[in-house]
Design a protein around this ligand. Structure first.
Ligand SMILES: NC(=O)c1ccc[n+]([C@@H]2O[C@H](COP(=O)([O-])OP(=O)(O)OC[C@H]3O[C@@H](n4cnc5c(N)ncnc54)[C@H](O)[C@@H]3O)[C@@H](O)[C@H]2O)c1
Length: 509
């Protein structure tokens, strides 16, 4: 949405004003100091020794997690990667602030003690390791996580949980059988910003919500800028050419560009859309969707002479533009089936005007999340001429006679200096990576059982929760491929049922 800087600042201030009735103090403090995540999310500072952790996969995301890992909770004893270039980068970093490398993060002395393994199997044989963080391509999520659980390690694995729902169910089954924790890295469950947003929605301040629009738009239309179509480092090619098939990849090119291929990736829905359907469902009370329709295509890279000149420079099999529409149950759906909330999601590769995020449209207000960093809130115009819209500051959130929250506008149009301060504080908000690792380690040390509810300090994104996100993303892919409306079935979401979308009769052409 196009807004002036002043309007954006008003939106941020509005959100802080409104969240004052929920957790304003915490929002500000947790945003300023992510280490306060423990107090915010209900776990505690770790007493006793940090958990001894091994890292499996030190690519782009594994290196970000290494940079943000909490040393007070996690003692890294080993890292493993089959690509020599990424194993090296885990220590040296790559000049990017998000991936500073272990030497800078932990110092030369400690880094020298960290063992380096050539693959996950070598690392899992190390008896010193209690838990693993897994950040590998999607096609090997399930097999590596299951190997780790069977080797007696607790697992924190990156999203998307797995490539099929059958695999997700097997991961949950094995974690129960081995009595080891299984957490999945959908970090919005540990974002203070998202938690405050969900809190505000629960108060009813936005009124009746009928529509959420989520998007992640990027512009990769210039040659060479697509980070998913990476160059293959010669040292990786040399080291892996003869043995890459043994690791589940047809070639070193496929390993390095795994997101582009049907065998190894899950497309834009798995990589980007899963996060935002996760966020949308958090806003709607973590309800499961009813049905989905969609369109996806290789509308840029697939067009001759436009996005791709030849198969060699762009071997992509996945869609580069996706658009899906999901029906979710509204608050009163159980009593009246007309109460439907529509969530639309688009991810495109040819325009990036809008920052990625979600816009929640309610009958009394609009909430916008941007880049996991900002939250903007605006009031709707009232019936008697009381103003709303992007230029209007909120004075307060009050209680209506019926008990629900109501957004009230103030006369002032200018953002206050307090707003500017609050806004800049919000810029430092943690995306949730550190908190998810802290909570995982704390749960291990405190023997928190796998199925413990969130209210009793359980993991916020265990297998069952993450499986629901995987179901949404993968069924969206199916709806686009089959060009038909697919109805979600409750038994797909039940880890104890053997039913899966991939085996469902709706998936037959
Ligand atoms: N939570 C988020 O916001 C977020 C963001 C980006 C990526 N991710 C997820 O993180 C995962 C990794 O993504 P990435 O961008 O780091 O990919 P990447 O290709 O940069 O890194 C993956 C690494 O795994 C290694 N690997 C593969 N098989 C292995 C094995 N058997 N043993 C040891 N190492 C092995 C590869 O060699 C590679 O270095 C994916 O599942 C992705 O979806 C999550």
């Amino acid at each position: 949405m196009n807004m002036t800087p002043e309007e954006r600042e008003i939106g941020r201030q509005n959100f802080l004003e409104a969240s004052g009735m929920t957790r304003r103090t915490f929002l500000k403090s947790a945003a300023a100091a992510p280490s306060l995540g423990a107090a915010y999310f209900g776990y505690e500072q770790l007493k006793g020794n940090p958990v001894k952790v091994g890292w499996i996969g030190t690519g782009d995301e594994g290196s970000i997690l290494l940079t943000q890992h909490p040393p007070e909770y996690m003692d890294i004893v080993a890292v493993a990667d089959i690509r020599p270039s990424n194993l090296k980068r885990a220590f040296t970093g790559d000049g990017n602030d998000d991936r500073v490398g272990l030497i800078k993060k932990l110092g030369d002395k400690k880094s020298k003690t960290i063992k380096r393994y050539a693959d996950h199997k070598e690392l899992l044989a190390d008896p010193e390791i209690e838990a693993v963080v897994i950040a590998v391509p999607l096609n090997v999520h399930a097999s590596i996580a299951i190997d780790a659980l069977k080797a007696g390690k607790h697992v924190l694995a990156e999203k998307l949980m797995a490539k099929t729902i059958g695999e997700c169910k097997e991961m949950i089954r094995v974690s129960k059988q081995e009595n080891k924790l299984l957490a999945i890295g959908h970090q919005r469950h540990y974002s203070v910003l998202y938690d405050n947003a969900a809190d505000l929605i629960r108060t009813g301040a936005l009124g009746d919500i009928k529509f959420i629009r989520a998007c992640w738009h990027r512009n990769n239309s210039w040659p060479g800028v697509d980070s998913w179509n990476k160059k293959v480092p010669p040292e990786d090619k040399e080291a892996l050419d003869a043995k890459v098939k043994g690791y589940g990849f047809d070639s070193v090119e496929q390993l390095c560009r795994w997101r582009l291929f049907s065998k190894t990736g899950g497309g834009l829905m798995a990589e980007l859309g899963s996060h935002q359907l996760d966020a949308s469902s958090i806003f709607l009370g973590k309800k499961h969707p009813i049905a989905v329709m969609g369109y996806g295509g290789r509308n840029f890279y697939g067009v001759k002479g436009v996005g791709s000149k030849d198969k060699q420079s762009d071997p992509r099999e996945i869609d580069d533009h996706v658009y899906v529409t999901l029906e979710f149950p509204g608050q009163h759906y159980d009593e009246d089936k007309n109460d439907i909330v529509i969530v639309t999601y688009s991810s495109i590769n040819t325009n990036q005007l809008e920052p990625y995020g979600e816009t929640v449209y309610g009958s009394r207000g609009t909430m916008i999340t941007e880049k996991e960093q900002s939250l903007l809130l605006f009031k709707e115009n009232g019936p008697g001429g009381d103003a709303g819209g992007v230029g209007q500051r909120l004075r307060t959130v009050s209680k209506a006679n019926g008990g629900g929250a109501v957004l009230e506008a103030s006369a002032s149009l200018a953002p206050s200096s307090a707003a500017a301060i609050a806004g800049s504080t919000m810029d430092k908000v943690s995306r949730g990576y550190t908190e998810e690792m802290e909570h995982f380690a704390w749960s291990i040390r405190n023997n928190i059982p796998l199925d413990t509810p969130i209210e009793q300090r359980g993991l916020r994104c265990p297998g069952k929760v993450a499986m629901a996100d995987a179901i949404m993303a993968l069924v969206c892919n199916k709806a686009m491929a089959l060009k038909k409306r697919i109805v979600f079935k409750e038994e797909w979401f039940d880890p104890d049922s053997t039913a899966t979308p991939e085996e469902d009769e709706q998936m037959k052409v």
